[in-house]
Design a protein. Structure first.
Length: 731
């Protein structure tokens, strides 16, 4: 039995292929030799709907056939000579025994020649028991078994083919679905996707890339990046593509180009090689993600972290970075670096009087003027508030720094036109040099800060160099600040009282309570040496409350002798800006003291402060019956409307106007005007710092109500004050 030209089953292995002769695929009967042995063969082709499927070859040995032939001839002669009685039964026997298998085989052969294989059921209908037990019967039985095996294999092959066809169909369907998914993703992706050949030409572009490119799809397909979209970075793009083709590895880079609207776009490009079955790179897939907005956002965040939003100058963080960089440069070059700390004078008063919007405009203009006053290589930064810094690097001559500082002062002294408002400010500048003054940048900044405060203390509108004396003063200031924290608990403060004389009656029924610090090492320190420190550290509130309690206790005693006696107490602006720990009005009520026994002295600037809490605290004092006085009148900004609003009781003329009354007619006129104005508003006037009889005469002749100064008495302890009062009363 042969299938597909090969032996499937048979009893003669050496007969490997059928020997058709000249009629392949047709029934063949002839004599052949196998390994020198002669055989008679009968080849029956097996066909199906597709053509020749196999063949059945029946072989019989030539020797056996010849032998059987001669035997049959001998038998025929014997039969001829035998009795007719024996011939007829023998004929009948052969006819009956050979007819059934030959008939069955003939039927099978006829079906096979027609291309129809017998089924299992058809073979089962053949009566196998009637087959002879000779070679012909055995041949028939073998053929039937072989047909059974062939049918089984064919059925198995058909089942396998059906299974394979189903798998192929399923996988094809899955591939189609996946391809559709991938195409949907690619077609709707916001990323630009393209594919390139080894020569750099583009063979695919997705809709996102087409929508971004001038000319659309026609301008992209078949073109290189240099041709479309082009641009200065196109050659870099092509170089990266060539590198991926040569290396077979992914590459990533950022590409800047212009889209169809002329907008500069920054894309993050990822190049991926695509391989054939042999492992060669045949195409490169490029996926580009637009990161323009992300980069702009990162730029905005960086600018907000490094630049002042209002003035657009570098902020504190960038200032320190620039300072470190410039310090490294001058260290290598051997030159100098100057640090200028610029503080605007009286800027808070501009904010308070004109509002924060005008103040912001002033800061913006001040930043421009400072920037125009320095060299292009210098750095101007805003540290916050009204404080600016300037880094002057690579200085061959330190005198350059002084010229630039003076230029800044001159520029800032010019009037500022802020909308319809016109205002003036000045600046105080501190200078420190690296590495001449110090080689530590933190110390350099502190030195400039100390020099700036020295400029302010010297009258403002000037610049000051850092000196060793300033360093020593700063160290003293630091030690005093530390000592101040324990001064109150250590009972180091004392309150002294300076008499205030009523000119009309000559009575001494008023006094100003003044604080002194009896330092255990430095001796007596007046308020100018530590009040500023107390305000900076926040200790002023506790110290101020203590002074108030001391004055209340003293007023209770002295009022038993002088019923209308009044003590004035200075209240720092910092106290009014802080939340109260001790309510003065409640404390007066608890102690049973008439509120009129206390007068609170404030500065002019407090009246102009728009903060509701500050105004509310002042009104609470006034409404409780505590009198209000404006101290150092004439040295700051004033507003008659606020003076009327708070119903001020006293105005104290600053001693700077009093000390020249005998020699300066201008000061006389100013004092006379202040007194006249105050009296028109029903306000009493106190002149401070009266030291000579001539000053007294001028003030008395102009109608001043009270005087206070060394002409009559220095500040005294409570005991000395009472003795002087008793002595004055006796006179």
């Amino acid at each position: 039995m042969f299938a597909a030209g090969k032996l499937v089953t048979g009893t003669l292995p050496d007969y490997a292929t059928p020997q058709w002769g000249s009629r392949i695929g047709q029934p063949t009967q002839n004599e052949i030799k196998i390994n020198g042995v002669g055989y008679y063969q009968l080849i029956i082709p097996l066909k199906n709907q597709h053509g020749l499927a196999g063949a059945i070859a029946l072989l019989q040995s030539s020797t056996s056939v010849k032998r059987n032939t001669w035997q049959m001839i001998g038998m025929l002669w014997l039969i001829t000579g035998a009795s007719l009685i024996f011939i007829f039964p023998l004929v009948w026997y052969f006819a009956s025994s050979l007819a059934h298998p030959i008939t069955a085989l003939s039927g099978i052969f006829r079906d096979l020649t027609k291309g129809n294989a017998l089924t299992r059921e058809e073979l089962a209908q053949i009566d196998r028991s009637r087959l002879r037990h000779d070679e012909l019967g055995e041949l028939a039985r073998s053929f039937m078994s072989m047909n059974d095996a062939i049918n089984q294999k064919i059925n198995l092959i058909n089942e396998l083919n059906a299974s394979l066809e189903q798998k192929v169909a399923d996988r094809t369907s899955a591939l189609v679905a996946r391809e559709q998914e991938a195409r949907t993703v690619i077609e709707n992706s916001p990323d630009s996707i393209s594919r390139y050949l080894p020569d750099g030409r583009r063979i695919y572009a997705n809709p996102a890339l087409i929508a971004m490119t001038e000319g659309g799809e026609d301008a992209l397909l078949g073109k290189t990046p240099s041709e479309s979209p082009g641009g200065s970075n196109a050659e870099l793009y092509e170089q990266k593509i060539r590198e991926v083709f040569s290396s077979g590895r992914n590459k990533q880079f950022e590409l800047r180009w212009h889209d169809r609207f002329g907008r500069e776009v920054c894309s993050h490009i990822r190049l991926t090689p695509e391989f054939d079955l042999a492992g060669n790179v045949v195409t490169v897939l490029a996926i580009g993600r637009d990161i323009t907005e992300r980069l702009e956002f990162e730029k905005t965040i960086w600018e907000q972290a490094n630049f002042d939003i209002l003035t657009k100058l570098p902020n504190r963080q960038m200032f320190y970075d620039r300072l470190q960089q410039e310090a490294q440069l001058v260290t290598r070059s051997g030159k100098s670096l100057a640090l200028l700390l610029v503080d605007l004078d009286h800027f808070k008063e501009v904010n308070d009087t004109l509002g924060h919007d005008i103040g912001d405009l002033l800061l913006i203009e001040a930043a421009r003027r400072i920037s125009r006053s320095v060299r292009a290589s210098d750095t101007v930064a805003r540290l916050g508030g009204d404080e600016f810094t300037v880094i002057l690097s690579e200085l061959d001559d330190t005198a350059i720094a002084s010229r630039i500082a003076q230029n800044i002062i001159d520029k800032l002294a010019d009037p500022f036109m802020l909308g319809i408002e016109k205002t003036y400010i000045s600046a105080s500048i501190g200078l420190s040099f690296y590495p001449d003054d110090t080689n530590e940048l933190d110390v350099l900044f502190k030195n400039a800060d100390q020099a700036m405060y020295a400029a302010k203390n010297s009258g403002r509108n000037r610049f000051s160099y850092f000196t060793q004396d300033l360093q020593e003063a700063a160290q003293i200031r630091l030690r005093l600040t530390n000592d101040l924290r324990t001064a109150l608990s250590g009972n180091q403060f004392i309150v002294v009282y300076q008499p205030i004389i009523e000119l009309e009656s000559g009575r001494m029924h008023k006094a100003e309570a003044l604080l002194r610090w009896q330092h255990p090492e430095r001796g007596m320190i007046d308020p100018s040496g530590f009040i500023g420190l107390a305000e900076e550290t926040g200790l002023i509130r506790a110290i101020g409350d203590w002074v108030f309690q001391q004055a209340v206790a003293r007023a209770l005693i002295w009022r038993s002798y002088i019923p209308d006696f009044q003590i004035s107490i200075n209240k720092s602006p910092a106290q009014l800006h802080q939340e109260e720990q001790l309510s003065w009005t409640d404390y007066l009520q608890q102690q049973g003291l008439d509120p009129s026994a206390i007068a609170v002295e404030i500065t002019e600037g407090l009246l102009l402060n728009p903060e509701p809490d500050v105004n509310a605290r002042l009104m609470r004092l006034r409404n409780a019956g505590i009198q209000l006085a404006i101290d150092d009148f004439g040295t700051g900004y004033s507003s008659l409307s606020y003076i009327r609003r708070f119903d001020i009781d006293y105005i104290k003329i600053d001693q700077s106007y009093v000390q020249h009354l005998e020699t300066d007619p201008g000061d006389v006129s100013l004092c006379e005007a202040i007194i006249a104005m105050a009296h028109k508003l029903d306000i009493k006037v106190v002149a401070e710092g009266v030291e000579t009889a001539g000053q007294l005469d001028v003030l008395a002749s102009r109608g001043c109500d009270y005087i206070q100064g060394y002409l009559f008495s220095k500040p005294l302890t409570a005991e000395a004050f009472f003795q002087q009062y008793m002595q004055h009363a006796a006179e």
